[in-house]
Write a protein that binds this ligand. Structure first.
Ligand code: GDP
Length: 471
């Protein structure tokens, strides 16, 4: 305000606030004083943020323990290309999915429900850790169990390692499906050895990773695999309250010429009903119709049910949360507010973690782990850097390598970093051009080095608050 501090203090004292120059005053007092000097006070972002937190709490309230009942697991299949992810999903569907309803509606739902004994398992149709992590970067996690497919004739490959690290970063339990055991050259023991090197120790070797030998082609081992999924789900104690306003996550959405926006949502809490007022991202509307994965029109969908819904005002993004609210008016209001906020945010981009302001974030208590994704030209460098970096951990902050891989910095590295609030470090490798663009869009800090000690010096300086800013 370009007002002398003495004038401010005098004004405060005249209002009965005995303040000194180092003291903080609250927002209301500050506005009154500012107005006295002819200024209007606008609320700081942090306070706006706390109002948003309230909105979030209103939408996403916690349930009481006694209201929770068991719910079905939602499963994603991951693994290296050509190891049999699609074939495995097909084999499961062919052996287990009951026929489509006669006269059912042809509607792609993006997930399939399988019945095993009297339980259900939901499989997401899009395999791979890319889709999984892209959702997580949007703040959504729908997967309860990850199936890691490893071909017994090929072994652990780069994308197998990526999948392991992406699932671990998300804290999702992994079941290993050792596939293609029908092949004469299949060697399941070698697979077990190789996954052990990546921290997945098989049960029969004293660890806690369940491995199931399967053949997607010959449809062998499918029942055992499904039983193991149910076992892991049971250990995870997956529960939800079906008797509340629904909350779910969009897994797919598209604009249909005849039907308008169609979105597939996996209901996670509560029961979604036809007629409910919903908001998801900047889309809102009333659920006009719901179609399940068998093409049947349904009126209600409980926890862990995938359904396509009609009636939204626009096509939402995959990974958006969907909430039922009390009225159409409220849904529209929230969606409009979000649009306004996005408009404001486009004016200023917010960095996630960056080395430049790491120390400040540590001091504010915003960062406790410094997550790092390392890419290098040779495997030896990854281990060397990993160990050197982890030694830099101090009391306030732990340096943690969440993924290391050989090759250029690619889009999935950026998405993993974005989802895990990590920085990406490259040694003698560069980001691909799509990765560079994505990093800008996601505000991920990517740094490349030629020698290891330079990276270590930079991180050490950042952790201790002594990094020279990069201009
Ligand atoms: P994805 O890229 O991981 O989805 O792999 P696909 O499901 O497309 O499978 C890649 C190839 O492996 C295809 O030619 C499949 O027929 C073959 N394949 C998949 N599962 C098996 C299996 O259990 N045994 C054999 N012999 N081949 C398989």
């Amino acid at each position: 305000m370009s007002v002398n501090s003495n004038q401010v203090i005098t004004k405060l004292i005249s209002l009965g606030v005995m303040a000194n120059i180092n003291q903080e005053i609250d927002h209301d007092t500050a506005s009154i004083i500012a107005e006295e000097f002819g200024f209007i006070v606008v609320k700081h972002e942090d306070e706006v943020a706390s109002e948003e937190t309230n909105e979030q709490e209103m939408l996403d309230f916690e349930d009481k323990e006694e209201d929770l009942i068991e719910r079905s697991p939602v499963v994603t299949v991951m693994g290296h290309v050509d190891h049999g992810k699609t074939s495995l999903l097909d084999a499961i569907r062919e052996t287990k999915v009951t026929e489509r309803e006669a006269g059912g509606i042809t509607q792609h739902v993006g997930a399939s429900t399988v019945k095993v004994n009297d339980k259900r398992i939901v499989f997401l149709d899009t395999p791979g850790h890319e889709a999984f992590t892209a959702m997580r970067a949007r703040g959504a996690q729908v997967t309860d169990v990850a199936i890691l497919v490893v071909a017994a004739d090929d072994g652990v490959m780069p994308q197998t390692i990526e999948a392991i690290n992406h699932a671990k970063a998300a804290n999702v339990p992994i079941i290993v499906a050792i596939n293609k055991i029908d092949k004469p050259e299949a060697n399941p023991d070698r697979i077990k050895q190789e996954i052990t090197e990546h921290g997945l120790v098989p049960e029969d070797w004293g660890g806690d990773t369940i491995c199931v030998p399967v053949s997607a082609l010959k449809k062998q081992g499918i029942d055992e695999l499904l039983e193991m999924i149910l076992l892991v789900a049971e250990m995870e104690e997956l529960k939800a309250n079906p008797n509340r306003r629904a909350k779910g996550t969009i897994i797919e959405a598209e604009l249909d010429k005849g039907k308008g926006p169609v979105a597939t949502v996996i209901v996670q809490k509560g029961t979604l009903k036809v007629g409910d007022a919903v908001v998801t991202g900047t889309a809102h509307g009333k659920v006009r119709a719901m179609i399940d994965d068998k093409g049947k029109r349904i009126k209600e969908a409980g926890p862990s049910t995938p359904v396509a819904i009609l009636g939204l005002s626009e096509v939402p993004d995959a990974g958006e949360h969907l909430y039922v609210v009390e009225s159409d008016k409220k849904a529209r209001e929230i969606a409009e507010n979000r649009k306004e906020k996005i408009r404001m945010e486009q004016l200023k981009t917010t960095q996630k973690v960056s080395l430049d302001d790491l120390f400040e974030q540590i001091q504010k208590g915003e960062v406790k782990d410094l997550n790092v994704v390392i890419k290098a030209d040779v495997r030896g460098s990854i281990e060397a850097v990993k160990q050197a970096l982890e030694k830099l951990s101090i009391d306030e902050v732990k340096v943690k390598t969440i993924h290391g891989g050989v090759g250029a910095i690619n889009e999935t590295d950026i998405m993993l970093a974005s989802a895990s609030n990590a920085i990406v470090i490259g040694f003698n490798v560069r980001p691909t051009s799509t990765a560079i663009n994505l990093a800008k869009q996601e505000n991920v800090d990517v740094r490349t080095y030629r020698v290891i000690y330079e990276a270590i010096e930079d991180i050490e300086a950042a952790v201790k608050g002594m990094l020279e800013p990069e201009y």
